[in-house]
Design a protein around this ligand. Sequence first.
Ligand SMILES: [Zn+2]
Length: 184
Amino acid sequence: MVVGMSGVRLVASPNKRARRGEETLRLVVIHGTWMRDDAAALARLCDPAAEVSCHYYITRSGEVIQLVDEREVAFHAGKSAWRDITGSVNGYSLGIEVANSGPFLEYPDGPPAGVEQGSVDWAAAERYSEAQYAALIGLLRDILRRNPGILPEAVVGHSEVAPGRKIDPGEHFDWKRIKDGLTG
Ligand SMILES: [Zn+2]
């Protein structure tokens, strides 16, 4: 049985592990994919060699796709920390990938290593779509309702848990809209 949103399409990823007893859900990490194509992004998130995944993926048209059951750990944040959690927040979090090229439109398959840590032009970044914000707020409200251990302020960006290494979902991501959507 899959625990999560009803009515979402499933694209199961093998890149996951069981959640350990002490690993209670405490936060949600929002990502930008930095990839242009949904099929390519989903293929990477399901490729055992890539060893990356997420719980949910939101397409540019606002479709929500589930890749990993919420009761299992997805490999989305890598080396990361939040409050007293060190090493990686993966065990304690749900990961949501939002399809977006960010400031890397010239790299359809994502920026090469090191490019993300350089200077980037946020003004030229691909906008997140209206449909994506609506779908993301609906998904987050559902997650927070079902998981009282995740507080609204614990919805954070990848850049917040992996500073200096990751910059997604990016400066062009409208956090105020998300926070308003969660508290309204
Ligand atoms: Zn990320």
